[in-house]
Design a protein around this ligand. Sequence first.
Ligand SMILES: Cc1cc2nc3c(=O)[nH]c(=O)nc-3n(C[C@H](O)[C@H](O)[C@H](O)COP(=O)(O)O)c2cc1C
Length: 192
Amino acid sequence: MRVLLIHSHPVEESFSNALYRQARESLQKAGHEVDDCNLYAENFDPVMSRHDRMIYHTYPDNLGLVKPYVDRLQKAEGLVIVTPVWNFGWPAMLKGYFDRVWLPGITFELKDGVLTRKLHIEKVAVITTYGATRWRAFLAGDPPRKLAKRVLRVQTNPARAVKFLAHYNMNNCTPETRAAFLGKVKREMERF
Ligand SMILES: Cc1cc2nc3c(=O)[nH]c(=O)nc-3n(C[C@H](O)[C@H](O)[C@H](O)COP(=O)(O)O)c2cc1C
C-alpha cells in the first residue's frame, strides 16, 4: 500500500520524531511504499493568505503552490500522522496543512448540495502525545481524539475506524512508558 506519512514536530531530538522514525521503519518493514512528508523539514508554509482564501473554492486554481502536496495526497492509499498535541489540537503546521492541501475539489466535491468524497485513502492511523493525563484531556473534550477518530474518518473512509495511538501524560513519562509506547507503534505499524 502507498502510505503518506506526515510528521509535524520542529525538533529532531523530540520523542515525536522518534515515533515518526519508528513508524516509517515499521511501515517499510511491512512492505508499504512510504511517502515521507516531514512538514517542518520540508518548510511547508501553513499560512492561508488572502489570495489563497479568495480562491479556496475555485478548482483547479486553488491548487496553486500546494500542487505537489495535493499530488501526494491523491496518490495515498493509507495515511499515518505523527504529531504532538498542542492546545488540545494539532500544531499550527499540521492544521495549516489540512487547511491548505485538503481542498474542495481534492478531498471532496460539492455538487447540487451533495458532497462526494474524492480521496482514495482506505486506512488511517494517528500517533500522538499529550502532556495531559487522559482524564484531563477528557474534561477538555479531547478534541484531537475526535479530530482523528471522527473527522478524519468521515473525510477518508467512514467504513473503517481510524487507529488512534496516544501516549497521554507525557508530563510524567518515564523511559519505560516511552519504550512501551514505541513498542506499540512498532507493532501497530508492522501490521498497518
Ligand atoms: C505549544 C504547546 C502547547 C501544548 N498544549 C498542550 C495541550 O493543550 N494539551 C496537552 O495535553 N499537552 C500540551 N502540550 C504538551 C505536548 O503535548 C507535549 O509536550 C508533547 O506531547 C511531548 O512530546 P515531545 O517531547 O515529542 O514534544 C503542549 C506543548 C506545547 C509545546
